[in-house]
Design a protein around this ligand. Structure first.
Ligand code: LMR
Length: 387
């Protein structure tokens, strides 16, 4: 059986974790995988998470199965955070998934089931796993440039051209906020123009929302998402709590689908539950229960919001320091969230790693949270050394 297999390259982002760990050189800088770090370089468990976890351990009476939908309280508690005062009623359905990846995978499989010929339009560069997930669900992929790394400019014209070129029933995968890997988000008027074009062409939005609150703010970061759903009236939100609750390894996510009618929503939910059952049967419980306890308790929720806002503030400060330190880093100050992508070749990235102890993926993406006030000058010196 196994003779038919060929060796697969290891995942470049995940490979950086072990490569960095095994480097004995002092003063090394990790700008690789997307994990928040504080100014001391630690990835702490959030205060609200610690307290929620304590309550969970003390209060939990059973580990019996929940069901393919996961923790319904978690799915519902996130709704006002994402959608505001819920304007969609029973047209919106949702379920818990193993991380944002599980949500994307489920959305992809539902699209393939509902419309086998649908193409998924991906603006590049994008999170490398996007194309793998879509391809695994046997969906055809069309790429268009979202961002020009050399000029650091968003290619809004190309997004609009992609929508024009799409067929009715195709899907446009968008980043809700804090674009991974460029930090280049649409402004409010661009979101509205994109949504109107999608509505008129019959293109469905699949919005990957993995960084809510780590950009301009919890509400501001979903303004585009809400406008899109309002205008198009149909679409998916693949949500991740990895970064904004700091729950990475717990794999906490959710998929929401907005349908045109409540009758259709019931059918969509039944298909999502069947697909989840065939994929992972039921999602892991612990992390979602932590989020539910936080969101159901006003004091814990307020503390979470404070800590989240502090994280976003720290990343903005690093962006400002980078922009001030080197003229061609100026655009970084206007980008959002955890990532920016620098115009570096894979060769330059290798030299940064080998000779300057700076780790980043060969795409040139940097994790802003991997820098501290103290390490920004060393990183900028390493970039100047390259030139
Ligand atoms: C990243 O882009 O670094 C994160 O989303 C982690 C991952 O799974 O790739």
């Amino acid at each position: 059986l196994f003779d038919g297999l060929t060796e697969q390259p290891s995942d470049t982002l995940l490979g950086l974790i072990s490569a960095f760990r095994s480097d004995p050189r002092p003063g090394k800088i990790d700008l690789g995988v997307g994990v928040y770090r504080d100014n001391e370089g630690r990835t702490p468990v959030l205060r609200a998470v610690k307290e929620s976890e304590r309550r969970l351990v003390e209060g939990q009476l059973t580990k019996a199965y929940l069901g393919a939908e996961g923790d319904v309280g978690f799915v519902e508690a996130l709704m006002p955070v994402i959608f505001g005062l819920q304007p969609y009623g029973a047209r919106l359905c949702g379920l818990q998934t193993p991380g944002g990846t599980g949500a994307l995978r489920l959305a992809a499989e539902l699209i393939a089931r509902a419309r086998p010929g649908a193409r998924v339009w991906l603006g590049t560069p994008t999170w490398p796993n996007h194309s793998q997930i879509m391809a695994s669900a046997h969906l055809a992929i069309e790429e268009y440039p979202h961002f020009d790394v050399t000029t650091q400019r968003l290619r809004f014209d190309r997004v609009m051209a992609a929508i024009e070129a799409a067929n009715a029933g195709d899907v446009l995968l968008l980043h809700g906020c804090c674009h991974n890997p460029t930090g280049a988000d649409f402004d409010d008027s661009q979101w509205i123009a994109i949504a109107r074009a999608m509505a008129s062409r019959g293109v469905l939005p699949l919005i990957d929302l993995a960084y809510q609150g780590l950009g301009r703010g919890l509400e501001e970061d979903v303004a585009g998402v809400r406008a899109t759903l309002d205008i198009v009236g149909e679409g998916f939100i693949a949500y991740s709590c990895d970064k904004n609750f700091g729950l990475y390894r717990e794999r906490v996510g959710a998929l929401y689908a907005l349908s045109r009618s409540t009758g259709q929503a019931g059918i969509v939910q039944s298909n999502l539950l069947a697909l989840a059952r065939a994929n992972w049967s039921m999602p892991p419980d612990h992390g979602a229960a932590i989020v539910r306890i936080i969101l159901e308790d006003a004091t814990l929720a307020a503390d979470w919001r404070t800590e989240l806002s502090d994280m976003a503030c720290r990343m903005r400060e690093i962006r400002t320091l980078l922009a001030q330190a080197k003229a061609n880093l100026a655009p970084i100050a206007h980008q959002q969230g955890m990532f920016s992508t620098l115009p570096l070749t894979p060769m330059m990235v290798a030299r940064l790693r080998d000779e300057q102890r700076v780790y980043l993926p060969s795409s040139g993406r940097i994790n802003i949270a991997g820098l501290t006030r103290d390490t920004v000058p060393a990183f900028v010196r390493a970039l100047l050394w390259l030139a």
